[in-house]
Design a protein around this ligand. Structure first.
Ligand code: 6GU
Length: 222
């Protein structure tokens, strides 16, 4: 699976992509992640990616043309990789991140994991020209009911969650989705001032049926 990130802050992704599971998965060729600086697709001296909003108001709006060019260039490169075969649009999904988008959840994660290529457009500043949502992107995603500085953190959430759905990404697939029950490790009794806080007895019982039951009861999904 391949992820292409379009951003004006490519360096934000450096640490994120080069540590831990994501680094390992890229080395193993399980996923490929390319970060592109949107300014590559500008022509003017100042590499302009934003402009004043029509109708007035504060802040700047990201322009449609550089984003359109970026997405078209990437789409073409996928077609060439498919060695001359006809473009298969259904294998690629173009996502715009915006607080105006549809709320991201695990159901969306599973759906997105079925694509071969995800193109992730990170909006910045006060917004993105609406024609990107209407004509360039296939869908618009928000990760929650709050406002971020831009789509970069949202793109990271999508990359991490979708990657976890790839069987080779996590050695023990059973842990890929369901690890949401309460957990304990040593010490058996944690002394917090005068308080002694013990691990639930059932987890020490060795009774696997009872333990499974307890975990189900203390799990978020069900
Ligand atoms: Cl995807 N972008 C921004 N700027 N803010 C958000 C968001 C995205 N999702 C939640 N808040």
């Amino acid at each position: 699976m391949r992820f292409d990130i379009i951003t004006i802050f490519p360096k934000i992704f450096d640490g994120f992509l080069n540590e831990s599971l994501l680094a390992r998965a890229q080395k193993k060729g399980i996923i490929k992640i390319n970060v592109h600086n949107l300014r590559k697709w500008t022509k003017d001296k100042h590499q302009t990616v934003d402009d004043k909003p029509y109708g007035g108001g504060v802040g700047m709006v990201m322009k449609v043309e550089p984003i359109y060019k970026a997405v078209e260039t990437l789409r073409k490169s996928f077609r060439l990789k498919a060695s001359g075969s006809r473009p298969k649009a259904s294998k690629t999904r173009v996502i715009l991140f915006s607080p105006r988008g549809k709320r991201f959840d695990q159901k969306t994660v599973k759906r997105l994991a079925k694509y071969e290529n995800l193109i992730l457009i990170c909006g910045r500043y006060e917004g993105v020209d609406e024609r990107v949502a209407q004509y360039v992107a296939d869908e618009v995603i928000s990760i929650g009911d709050y406002v971020l500085n831009g789509g970069e953190v949202a793109a990271m959430a999508v990359i991490e969650t979708v990657s976890r759905m790839i069987p080779a990404f996590i050695a023990k697939q059973e842990s890929a989705q369901k690890f949401d029950h309460a957990q304990y490790t040593r010490p058996e009794v944690f002394e917090l001032g005068k308080k002694k806080i013990a691990v639930p007895k059932v987890l020490l019982s060795g009774d696997h049926e009872k333990i499974a039951e307890w975990r189900n009861k203390h799990s978020k999904t069900q």
